[in-house]
Structures are given as C-alpha cells and as structure tokens.
Design a protein around this ligand. Structure first.
Ligand SMILES: Cc1cc2nc3c(=O)[nH]c(=O)nc-3n(C[C@H](O)[C@H](O)[C@H](O)COP(=O)(O)OP(=O)(O)OC[C@H]3O[C@@H](n4cnc5c(N)ncnc54)[C@H](O)[C@@H]3O)c2cc1C
Length: 496
C-alpha cells in the first residue's frame, strides 16, 4: 500500500508524521487530484460532504436501470477524458452516441440541430440543415462572418457568447441555434456567459483561421480525431462520447484506483473551516480536524471561496455568483412508439418556445445503444431538465415539487416527442436536483478566475481546482485538474 493511512490531527501520532495531502471535495476534480498526488508518492485523504463520490457525475437506479443522474457524456474536443478512461482500464467502454443527432424546438416548430456546430455555432452557414434552420436571410447574414476581419468579435469589449455570435453571424444564429444549446448545457442565457469560459479557444481560433465558422470547423476536426469512441471514428454529429454503463462508471473506476493506491476516502465529512498552520493547513470537518501538508480545494466556486476567504481575504471579492438550480426528471416508460426515435437523441428548447417549461429532453435510450439494450424492446428512458438562468440577478430557478415536475415532464415530453406520454406508461421515475453545481461563468469570469488563481498560487501548499476555474464540463475539468497538479511535480519528489 502506497503512502499509508493518514489519521486525524486529534490523534497525537499523526502530528509526528509528515502530514498527508488533504483533498476537500470528492467530485471528479477532487478524485483526479487525489490520484495525481498519490501517484507522486504523497499520502492522501479525501473529504467528501455527501455520502457518494463523483459530485455532478452521479448515478441513480430507476426501474432497475443504473443511470447517470448528472453528467452523461463528455466533449471530445480534446482527448482528456478518453485518456483518463483508458488509464483506468475503460478503453473498450468508450462509445459514440447514436448518429441520429439532436433536434431543437423553436417557437415555429422543431428542426434538426445541425451536426457540425460548437455550442450551436455552425461551421458552414450553407450546410442544408443550417440553411433550413436560419432561412435564406439568416444564412446570408451568417455567411458575412467569412468576410469580416478576424479582429471583429475578438476584441476585449466582446465578452459574452451572444455578443460574439451576434456580431459575427447575426441574431438568427444566436436565437435559433446557440441559445437553445447554451441553455441546455449551461442553464443560462448566452448574453450572461463569458465566451472564453464556455467556448474556450474559439476566439483564438478566429484569429488563427480567419472566421468564426472556420474556428468551429477546426475544433470539430480536432474532436473527431480525439473522441476515443470504440464504435468507429466519431461521426460528424458526435462532439461528445460516453461510457458503456454511464459516466458514473468513471467514478467507480477512479475510486477503485484510489483505494488500490492507499488513499483514505472519507464520505459524510463536510469541511467547515480551514486555517493555515506552520506545516501547511488544518481542515475541520464535523468533530475531526485533519492536518494537511498540502491542501487541495475541489469544490464549487462559492463554497471554495467561503472556505478559504478567512485565510485569503483577497478571494472574497472574487466569489462567483452561485449557479442555477437544475431539476432533472427521469422517466422510464413502456412506449414502443418511441422506438422510432422521433426526435433523434433528444431535443433542446429555444427559450421563447410557448407552452414548454423544460429546457431540454434527452431520449437516453435513443442516444446510447448500450442503454437501449439494457432497457429492452419498447422501454425508454427520457430525461427532462428544468431551470434556466435568464437574468443576471438570478432568474428562473425551478422550485416545483416532485409531483408538479412530473406533471410538467409528461406534458412537455408529449409535446416535444409528438407521442402522448401518460402516467400509465411510466414504469418508474425520479427527480434529481442539482443546486448551484453548474458554475455560472458570468461575463468577466475568466478574468476573475485568473485573479483567483493568482491569489491561491501565492498561498503556500494550496491548490484549488474544479469547474468554476476550469470551465463547465468534464473535458475542461479533467484536463485542468491534471495540469494544475502536474505543475507541482517539479523534481519527482512527493508533492507537498
Ligand atoms: C445536471 C448536470 C449535468 C451535467 N452534464 C454534463 C455532461 O453531460 N457532460 C459534461 O462534460 N459535463 C456535464 N456536467 C458538468 C460536469 O459534471 C462538471 O463540470 C464536473 O463534474 C464538475 O466537477 P467538480 O469536481 O469541479 O465539482 P463537483 O462535481 O460539484 O464536486 C464537488 C464535490 O464537493 C463536495 N463538497 C461540497 N462542499 C463540500 C465541503 N464543504 N466539504 C467537502 N466536500 C464538499 C460536493 O458534495 C461534491 O461532491 C453536468 C453537470 C450537472 C450538474
């Protein structure tokens, strides 16, 4: 066993030994940080507030099916997640989604979502699917992008996703393609989101390739070559991949790996305080205190700042706004009419669409063949998400009770799939609420992140990781966490 088991500081034996590294937060960033530390020879303890590992990469059982309750895929714009999965022995479980692609529900009806975009931004305004969605005038306006100088949309005054898209491609691309995708992924209006956080590399791509469309095409090309999906090369539509058995199997594999490395994994330990000590840091969780030779804080932004601001008061002014409340309704239904995948792998809903409360519906059994196989013929898994932040000050957080959410989900699913879905069709259902788990990357976030990183880097023996710094999504979080930890390994000695 590597490193041995560290013990709480209240045990006198612990104070004599070199204090272990302590990771606060057992989401994907905390688990990866623990793995990197253990691999570098450090003794490691991970403190997780809840009773489960993985944070947003959660799971639940509905109608006997083991399903993802949070993240269910990963972006293939880099090989970060696929590489990690391979290291953990999951290479043969990486799968591409069904190539059917997704749809978007617009106020004037449903349209197929173009398969070659990034965040809904098209790589080619004259692609037939894009042209259909935008109309002739919209496609002409979008193609102006090609003739605009690369400086348009890349200056420092263009900071939101909507400002970039509107300036280069016009309002119709924004409203009909980008808003529904951004709403589905980030639960927020693109006018509120920092473009460099939610579309990393796009503005640099405009400078390198001359237009937004060309930047998108270049990112998509990179995605196809790094997807890692075992079912052949990534299709044009698959900017994402998944794992057979669900993304939660990545967490199971990470936890098993950490146990093998001798990492001490403690659930139901909410860190409530950290203070600087001579040897590093002291963390209080419940009745116990843990001395840390290195402290890794792997929490959401507001929680991370809350924990550290007493020791690092400069962080207080950099606290990010809390993320929205997202409620997911998962229904397992016996409904063979859905075998035809009426809306492909799912449908995103444009914000102004009348009569629909959901922001997205994932037809999980149409998206993932492995899940369709597990569910069996005629049985389908539908996941509807609610909650979209539309105002800078907060907005449409969903506080409906479970029964009301189910009623909305039945109505919305029937309208979106054009197949009546009733209570009688339901085998089982569940509601999962994610409060503040999605980072809210408000305009200016990238700059605040840079400042927060500086403040933390100046503090001795402290590393801060997680989606609020890396950007939302597993691809960003996995890559950034590894980079942050690797930067500590200077001379091959244990990281402390
Ligand atoms: C509903 C939903 C769907 C998503 N879908 C996708 C997707 O399909 N693809 C994708 O790439 N990304 C998706 N994401 C985003 C992705 O899951 C996250 O970016 C990523 O998992 C964040 O990891 P993290 O470690 O930074 O944070 P978290 O997962 O939030 O982990 C933080 C952990 O810290 C714990 N904690 C909090 N406070 C304390 C404390 N005081 N002491 C100890 N522990 C504490 C929490 O319980 C949690 O386990 C989704 C997110 C959500 C919410």
């Amino acid at each position: 066993m590597r490193g041995g088991h560290p013990t709480p500081a209240s045990n006198p034996a612990a104070t004599a030994a070199r204090p272990p590294a302590v990771v606060v937060g057992g989401g994907i960033s905390g688990l990866i940080a623990a793995r990197e530390l253990a691999a570098a020879g450090s003794a490691v303890t991970v403190l997780e507030a809840s009773s489960a590992w993985g944070g947003c990469v959660g799971s639940h059982v509905v109608a006997g099916l083991h399903l993802d309750s949070g993240a269910e895929s990963f972006a293939t714009r880099s090989s970060a997640v696929a590489d990690l999965a391979r290291e953990l022995g999951l290479a043969d479980r990486i799968v591409a989604p069904h190539p059917g692609g997704a749809w978007v529900q617009l106020p004037d009806g449903p349209q197929e979502l173009p398969k070659t975009g990034v965040l809904g931004i098209p790589a080619n305004a004259w692609d037939p699917e894009v042209r259909r969605s935008l109309g002739l005038a919209g496609a002409i306006r979008a193609s102006f992008d090609r003739w605009l100088p690369a400086s348009v949309g890349t200056s420092s005054d263009v900071t939101s996703v909507s400002a970039l898209v509107r300036t280069r491609m016009g309002k119709r691309v924004l409203e009909r393609l980008v808003s529904p995708v951004v709403g589905g992924v980030h639960s927020a209006d693109p006018a509120l989101l920092d473009v460099d956080m939610v579309a990393p590399g796009l503005r640099a791509g405009i400078r390198a390739h001359g237009s937004l469309a060309a930047a998108v095409a270049a990112q998509r090309k990179g995605a196809s070559s790094s997807s890692g999906a075992s079912s052949g090369p990534a299709k044009a539509g698959s900017a994402v991949a998944g794992l057979k058995g669900g993304m939660n199997t990545l967490v199971d594999a990470l936890v098993a790996d950490l146990r093998e490395r001798g990492v001490q994994l403690l659930t139901d330990r909410r860190a409530s305080d950290v203070v600087k000590t001579r040897q590093g840091w002291r963390v209080t969780a419940g009745d116990s205190q843990y001395d840390a030779g290195r402290l890794v804080v792997a929490l959401d932004g507001p929680a991370a700042v809350g924990l550290l601001e007493k020791s690092l008061p400069e962080l207080s002014g950099l606290r990010p706004a809390p993320g929205p409340l997202v409620s997911l309704v998962t229904m397992v239904v016996d409904l063979p009419q859905l075998d035809d995948r009426p809306r492909g792998t799912g449908i995103l809903v444009a914000p102004e669409t009348p009569g629909i409360k959901a922001k997205a519906l994932t037809h999980a059994t149409a998206k993932w063949d492995w899940l369709a196989g597990e569910a069996g013929p005629g049985t389908h898994v539908l996941r509807l998400s609610y909650g979209r932040r539309e105002e800078a000050g907060g907005g449409a957080d969903v506080v409906m009770d479970d029964e009301s959410l189910l009623a909305s989900a039945l109505e919305d699913a029937s309208a979106l799939l054009t197949v009546p879905v009733s209570r009688a069709d339901i085998v089982d259902w569940d509601v999962v609420r994610w409060a503040g788990a999605l980072p809210f990357a408000a305009v200016g976030h990238k700059q605040r992140v840079a400042q927060a990183r500086q403040v933390c880097a100046a503090a001795d023996r402290l590393t801060v990781v997680g989606g609020w710094l890396a950007g939302n999504g597993l691809a960003a979080v996995v890559a950034d966490t590894r980079t942050q930890l690797a930067s500590l390994r200077t001379d091959g000695s244990p990281i402390l």
